[in-house]
Write a protein that binds this ligand. Structure first.
Ligand code: ATP
Length: 442
């Protein structure tokens, strides 16, 4: 086997290539030449993505008493985006075009705004470019709408509905996971900057005087979440956005950044104190009161803290963190050291030989038992056992179980009803009783 280093590929290129080869992430519309800024999740990618979303929902919604879930429509009344400021200059990026090769760039991402980084030609003046995708609603197409560029506004416009239906006690949060769309000028770097992505967002409503307390609590919850994703502390850092860079409505913003290989630290998630800006604006534009009424009758517009996560950036960080190469049995091997709660498959089961019915039958029994317990269990009888291990290593399956002649009691009667359990990270193998397997894996 040729060591991967000799191909000269960067770690990120290797991850993108593994992601495609093993069914995690495919370029969008690939057979038609693709569509820039779009990616499709394959069978393993959707499993990993769902695991990330499920763990997030569990941590931030199910395990807490102060959070309420929501799933708002992607298409919203155009007035929502006027109230939020997204139709104006507030949601535009400055774009410059090369007069020679016509390539476009984000002016704020260029070091030199006069010379084209691709061909050396002269760049034109920067123009504002709104990132929202516009669409028309209905057969007459008279109503304008947009594909939402963030899930947050769906939460604000339902603030009153949630308060009226659930009677939450302040402080409380509303959480939502869903798609968002931005017509990014220069989509790049795998899932990092795309035109269609998923967000996991919370609007946490508090009394103004308590915002700092709750900011610190949520900040620590976000740190816990990043550890739960398996991201090491050294690869995640907090960037305190300086006052002169804050959005006009924000009094404090922290960007949580991940150390992407070859790219360095860049945004993974955002956390902002947005004052009462959003609810106040919606009250003004809709004419509907956004006040919260206390049991004693006092009323006020709550202030809001917004933790905002991109699922794709989390998935990228998880893959980057997990990607490993080492030497095993004299060969270079690639594996994903994914946490068990995120791995697409919790465990893989195989019969030593697929043409021996007693082995297959026993393996099927073990497979069915584990599938009932964990759900995401792989059946793998392709190729020889060594090849199966390599394949499962590459997709991050924490354990492989092999049913052999000893399991059937044909070699050593003492080993009857035991199986081989191989550990992904160390390659070590142990004999475990079948009726002990579930506990062992847990
Ligand atoms: P950036 O500065 O990188 O453009 P942003 O500050 O505009 O990001 P927010 O509006 O705060 O991002 O969105 C919240 C989160 O949504 C981000 O932290 C990121 O995880 C995710 N996100 C935003 N834009 C994109 C995109 N184009 N592709 C993938 N994820 C995105």
């Amino acid at each position: 086997m040729v060591p991967m280093e000799s191909t000269g590929a960067t770690t990120m290129e290797k991850i993108v290539s593994l992601a495609k080869r093993r069914g995690f992430v495919f370029p969008g519309s690939e057979i038609y030449g693709g569509l820039r800024g779009t990616w499709d999740l394959g069978p393993l990618g959707v499993a990993l993505n769902n695991n990330i979303k499920r763990e997030w929902w569990k941590m931030f919604v199910l395990d807490r008493e102060d959070m309420y879930g929501l799933d708002a429509a992607i298409l919203m009344n155009e007035k929502v985006w006027e109230a939020s400021g997204h139709t104006g200059a507030g949601f535009s990026d400055p774009v410059v075009e090369c007069m020679k090769c016509n390539h476009r760039f984000r002016a704020d991402h260029l070091e030199n705004t006069e010379t084209c980084p691709d061909c050396g030609g002269t760049l034109g003046d920067a123009k504002d470019f709104n990132l929202m995708f516009e669409t028309k609603v209905g057969a007459e197409g008279t109503a304008k709408s947009y594909l939402r560029p963030e899930t947050a506004q769906g939460i604000f416009v339902n603030f009153k509905n949630v308060v009226d239906s659930m009677s939450p006690k302040i402080p409380f949060g509303i959480a939502q996971i869903g798609k968002a769309f931005r017509n990014e000028i220069a989509p790049r770097e795998f899932l990092f900057r795309v035109r269609e992505f998923e967000q996991m967002e919370i609007e946490y409503f508090v009394k103004e005087v308590e915002w700092e307390d709750h900011f610190e609590k949520l900040r620590s919850d976000i740190q816990t979440w990043h550890r739960h994703l398996g991201l090491s502390d050294g690869n995640v850092r907090e960037y305190e956005v300086p006052e002169n860079d804050l959005a006009h409505y924000s009094k404090r913003t922290i960007d949580f950044e991940y150390n992407y290989p070859g790219k360095g630290f860049d945004e993974l998630a955002g956390f902002a104190y947005r004052t009462d800006h959003d609810l106040k604006n919606h009250q003004q534009h809709s004419g509907v009161s956004m006040e919260y009424i206390e049991p004693d009758g006092s009323r006020f517009i709550p202030h809001v803290l917004e933790p905002s996560f991109g699922v794709g950036r989390a998935l990228t960080a998880v893959l980057c963190e997990a990607y490993r190469e080492d030497e095993m049995g004299g060969e270079t091997r690639t594996y994903l050291k994914l946490p068990a709660h995120l791995a697409p498959y919790r465990v893989a089961v195989s019969p030593l030989l697929k043409n021996r019915p007693p082995l297959v039958e026993k393996a099927r029994e073990v497979f069915t038992m584990l599938k009932k317990e964990f759900g995401n269990v792989a059946w793998d009888d392709n190729g020889n056992v060594g090849k199966r291990y390599r394949r499962q290593d590459e997709i991050g399956t924490p354990h492989c179980i092999v049913i052999d002649f000893e399991t059937l009691g044909e070699e050593q009667p003492g080993l009857k009803d035991t199986v081989t359990v191989r550990d992904r990270d160390t390659g070590e193998q142990q004999r475990v009783q079948i009726n002990e397997l579930i506990n062992y894996l847990k």
